[in-house]
Design a protein around this ligand. Structure first.
Ligand code: ES4
Ligand code: ZN
Length: 326
């Protein structure tokens, strides 16, 4: 199978993966045992049986409670190391990974424990795994804006070790413009900016407009609804903005991989790339996503190579690093 062989050999960047979404059932059970956390599920099969989703909300209702097992600095290091080890095995050369500090600080885990635990893994990855790694701190849009403000303030001592900020969680009723001031402060602190514009969520086109015009993002996560707004798409293409698509995730959240939309972005010259999102929950890491999309959309080998190339061009790596890979 030439397509599978091509994907199997193709280096790429991962630009849209939530570290908490890489918590595999095996590690979940191991951390629960280590920390004495009582779970409702006792086996890998039982954990997997809870992974049935038909919407963003139904996914988040499983995703957040699982994080209770993450308590110590070492837990966060182990989570990130497990992901980066898998990424290395999938020829990921660079990973710009999301984490959700408020999902941990809101249950009493100090910000420093989360960040220092993750940084230990991220800063070892280039030497030990051959993966260039960086952190993107996401604000939870369904928490108060003041909590995002506090999270940004808490991050400032680490500003030179955190690459960017993002916006995730339940999009309904939580437009990017609500966070424009926090994002402006984040940019002042030197962070790159990205925002989830999850697919087919209420208000999605207005959210895309706000992300582009009010927040002035440096990238868009998901965002494939932009194909319905040609003038916004033209603006994004003109700015060379990256779009981080996640086909297998889309299949759960919207019942479709959104392959026609991803292909439309590719044909329009947008820097669209393929990513894992929450691979422990949605059934695959980067390569499984790329191959699934390639098959459903009947992509040519040149299209697949372009998607991988886009992942480097949409990354926030220094230009000379990007050039090494192209
Ligand atoms: C997420 Cl798929 C998705 N959408 C919004 N927020 C998220 N956090 C983790 N996965
Ligand atoms: Zn996401």
């Amino acid at each position: 199978d030439p397509l599978a062989a091509l994907v199997a050999d193709l280096p790429a960047c991962e630009l849209h993966v939530h570290l908490e979404g890489t918590l595999e059932p095996e590690l979940l059970l191991e951390l629960a045992a280590r920390n004495g956390v009582e779970l409702a599920t006792r086996t890998v099969e039982e954990v997997r049986a809870t992974h049935v989703f038909d919407s963003l909300a139904s996914f988040l209702a499983v995703y957040y409670p699982a994080m209770d097992v993450l308590q110590t600095r070492r837990d966060f290091t182990d989570l990130a190391t497990a992901y980066l080890t898998r990424a290395a095995a999938q020829d990921v050369r660079r990973a710009e990974v999301f984490f959700d500090p408020q999902a941990h600080t809101s249950r009493g885990v100090p910000f420093e424990v989360v960040v220092e635990g993750l940084l230990e893994a991220v800063e070892r990855a280039p030497h030990e795994l051959g993966v260039d790694a960086a952190l993107i701190m996401c604000f939870l849009r369904d928490h108060p804006v003041v909590s995002a403000e506090e999270t940004l303030t808490a991050s400032l001592p680490y500003a030179d070790r955190i690459l960017g900020v993002g916006l995730d969680s339940d999009e309904r009723g939580h437009p990017p413009a609500d966070f424009a001031a926090v994002f402006a402060r984040a940019r002042e602190a030197g962070y790159r900016l990205t925002v989830h514009c999850d697919i087919d969520q209420p208000g999605t086109l207005e959210h895309l407009r706000q992300a582009l015009e009010d927040v002035r993002v440096d990238r868009i996560d998901h965002g494939t609804n932009i194909v319905e707004a040609p003038e916004l798409l033209a603006l994004a293409v003109e700015r060379g903005l990256g779009f981080t698509s996640c086909p297998l995730s889309n299949g759960f959240v919207t019942e479709q991989m959104k392959a026609p939309e991803i292909v439309a972005l590719l044909r329009a010259g947008a820097k669209v790339c393929v990513n894992g999102d929450d691979p422990a929950y949605f059934g695959g890491y980067l390569k499984e996503n790329l191959l699934a999309l390639a098959r459903v959309a009947d992509l040519s080998p040149a299209d697949v190579v372009q998607l991988a190339r886009n992942s480097f061009e949409a990354s926030w790596a220094p230009p000379e690093r990007v050039a090494e890979h192209l």
